[in-house]
Design a protein around this ligand. Structure first.
Ligand code: ATP
Ligand code: MG
Length: 447
């Protein structure tokens, strides 16, 4: 095995605990990631020392009692925080959220047995090498997610593990072992007992994974527990020549075709969530979904708020869904108008969503892709030529209007906006004198 490579501050904590007479191991995500050749984002240590003993060993360090009830303290080692958790066996989970009590144990194997998946239940120390009682190393090699112990029991103790399983499968591209997968699906309803914050966070991480398409399709019954509003999309034939997939499959493929970013992936999954409600069939037998973007946006906002996503995410996902069918002609003035209306962030994300939506609708039709490519290149030209698309880009500001004799007040904002619209439509040049004269005339018209 390649030398296990971790920061000196982490090595120092392991060594201090060991020379104090305690066992200490790296555990969980960092061991999994190291064995997979991925750089770990943090390093968790498990030890036989009780929390008070850890504090004693590090009496000359800053120790923060981050989760002392659950046996976790954070040691500041060489300026870096390192989490140290006492070996535990979790007690009962009466509310299916957190263990009601934790008991500490001297056995690292017992500590590993309370962990969720075999690939997360491997410990390592420089003295003992890998400790792998549940075959995690083999599962890592075979790229398998498998529950530690009896999956049904483990998922009913803490149903969040169901979603963690989906998250790991999506992020790593590993296959969920059959019995574990069946138990995830049959226990999925228990996610109703888990707090919205925990679900929202795992769901967001899951949807950003590279294998999101497989995971959302295989575990759609679990998705429906979290977002029951998607139920009507399952197997819903669109009866439309532009669509070769049912609504849900199309939505999943849209999400998967987007860059791995929460706002975009969520918008992809939810953009047609209102379609079943608006479905109608024309006299020619073709399916239509009139007004579905608006209804989809309303449902999307409810879903995002329920999952307690942050306010930027709620706003952006909802706006993207609301605008996903907005038509923009490939002409500079329409691009400038759209960027002015939406702002650059939303405009660029909208282009991504439209591209993915087109790809997932009818992968054989290149016309939509060509249109998006054209729109983006016009946008790039607009930026390149420094063309005006917002009030701040105008050659005048409010003070110039006041200096020209227009009284202060709301009118100033309206006049600046009128100037902007005229500049965007190429009716006016963006120069000081032209805009001031235009504003004075407009002002007189409206008195
Ligand atoms: P990431 O790389 O995303 O941080 P991770 O595996 O480190 O993944 P954490 O949430 O940081 O995930 O948890 C650290 C370890 O604690 C896990 O590897 C697993 O061993 C254990 N663990 C975390 N949550 C649970 C849970 N709900 N049930 C059982 N074990 C858990
Ligand atoms: Mg971690």
């Amino acid at each position: 095995m390649k030398q296990f490579d971790y920061p000196d501050e982490v090595a120092a904590v392991l060594e201090r605990l060991r020379s104090g007479g305690y066992e200490a191991y790296l555990v969980g995500g960092c061991v999994r990631d190291f064995l997979s050749g991925i750089r770990a984002k943090d390093h968790d240590i498990a030890t036989s020392a009780k929390p008070e003993e850890v504090k004693g060993v590090f009496h000359d360090h800053t120790v923060i009692e981050t989760g002392i009830k659950h046996g976790t303290v954070t040691v500041l080692s060489g300026g870096s925080p390192v989490e140290v958790t006492t070996f535990r066996t979790d007690g009962e989970y009466p509310d299916r959220r957190r263990p009601s009590e934790v008991s500490f144990t001297d056995s690292v194997v017992e500590d590993l047995s309370r962990r969720d998946f075999t690939v997360n239940a491997i410990a390592y120390s420089p003295e003992s090498g890998l400790i792998d009682p549940f075959g995690g190393v083999d599962d890592l090699k075979s790229k398998i997610i498998r529950a530690v112990g009896d999956p049904e029991k483990r998922f009913s103790e803490d149903p969040l593990r169901i979603l963690r399983g989906m998250r790991f499968a999506s992020v790593t591209g590993f296959e969920v072992e059959d019995y574990t997968a069946k138990s995830m699906i049959s226990s999925g309803h228990l996610l109703n007992f888990v707090s919205a914050e925990r679900i929202g966070k795992e769901f967001t991480d899951m949807i950003c994974g590279k294998a999101v398409e497989d995971v959302l399709l295989r575990f759609r019954d679990i998705v429906a527990v979290i977002i029951p509003e998607l139920n009507g999309s399952f197997d819903h034939d669109q009866m439309n020549p532009h669509h070769c997939y049912d609504i849900y499959t199309h939505s999943v493929r849209t999400a998967a075709a987007l860059p791995s970013e929460p706002v975009l992936r969520l918008a992809g999954l939810l953009h047609d969530i209102g379609k079943p409600e608006t479905f109608s069939v024309g006299p020619d037998g073709v399916g239509h979904f009139y007004g579905h973007a608006k209804i989809s946006a309303e449902i999307t906002e409810k879903v995002c708020l329920r999952l307690k996503l942050d306010s930027y995410t709620v706003r952006m996902v909802t706006e993207l869904v609301r605008r996903h069918d907005y038509m923009i002609e490939p002409e500079m003035k329409y691009i400038r108008r759209a960027v002015s209306k939406f702002g650059e962030d939303l405009f660029l994300k909208l282009m991504e969503l439209k591209r993915a939506d087109g790809l997932a609708a009818d992968p054989g039709d290149p016309t939509k892709q060509d249109l998006i490519t054209k729109l983006i290149s016009l946008y790039e030209q607009m930026v390149e030529e420094d063309l005006c698309f917002k009030i701040g880009d105008l050659a005048i500001n409010g003070d110039d209007l006041i200096a020209a004799g227009i009284p202060e007040g709301q009118r100033i904002g309206r006049l600046l906006d009128a100037c902007l619209q005229a500049v965007i439509s190429d009716e006016l040049q963006n120069t000081h004198d032209v805009l001031i004269s235009y504003a004075i005339i407009e002002n007189q018209k409206n008195i």
